[in-house]
Design a protein around this ligand. Structure first.
Ligand SMILES: [Fe+2]
Ligand SMILES: [Fe+2]
Length: 196
């Protein structure tokens, strides 16, 4: 039997390029994966901050606020869990790493103090809201329903961001350094979670 180039490729299981129709699905998978990872991390940051500050006297206000914000993040996370299932997309393989990183970030900033915890929120939420803004722009034509959901989530992230500033995030020790390090970390985590 004569071997055509196609049959040789089949026999060697050479992956053929998949341009065209697969591309939007792959992009959707990337978007859902990274959003799910971000919300997963947000839940664990707030949870860790609450665990540290909840034991301290005089921290009732911030502990209550953290509980409320963690509740919003849990709603966001539940929605992305459902979307991952619906679109048959796997979560990022980095989930166990993000759980540790988010817990260390939340606990570390809470141990520095209430204002550092707020500085963490301001930095994280500023990256997340920009990330959602980019996605909303990208999908508003092809998936207006998802764009509307992301718009609502983004508004809640902005409310967390503004709440942090109103409660003294910018008076945290080493605010600029803390904020820059957290933002760089979040942006790197976004890139990694899209791909892995
Ligand atoms: Fe969120
Ligand atoms: Fe948030």
């Amino acid at each position: 039997m004569t071997q055509t180039p196609d049959s040789i490729a089949d026999a060697r299981r050479v992956p053929l390029p998949r341009p065209g129709p697969g591309a939007p699905q792959r992009r959707m998978a990337e978007m859902l994966r990274v959003d799910h990872a971000g919300e997963f991390a947000a839940v664990h940051i707030y949870r860790a901050q609450r665990a540290i500050l909840g034991d301290r006297k005089g921290m009732e206000q911030i502990t209550g606020d953290l509980t409320e914000m963690e509740g919003h993040e849990q709603v966001h996370l539940d929605r992305f869990n459902a979307l991952l299932n619906e679109h048959k997309v796997r979560p990022t393989a980095m989930i166990p790493v993000w759980k540790i990183a988010a817990t260390v970030l939340g606990a570390g900033t809470a141990l520095i103090g209430e204002k550092a915890a707020h500085a963490c929120t301001e930095a994280v939420e500023s990256v997340i809201e920009e990330h959602y803004a980019d996605q909303i722009k990208e999908i508003s034509d092809r998936d207006p329903e998802l764009a509307a959901e992301l718009t609502q989530f983004r508004e809640e992230e902005l409310a967390h961001h503004d709440h942090a500033i109103a409660h003294g995030s910018r008076e945290a020790p080493a605010y600029r350094l803390l904020s820059s390090v957290i933002k760089v970390g979040c942006k790197a985590a976004i890139k990694i979670s899209e791909r892995i």
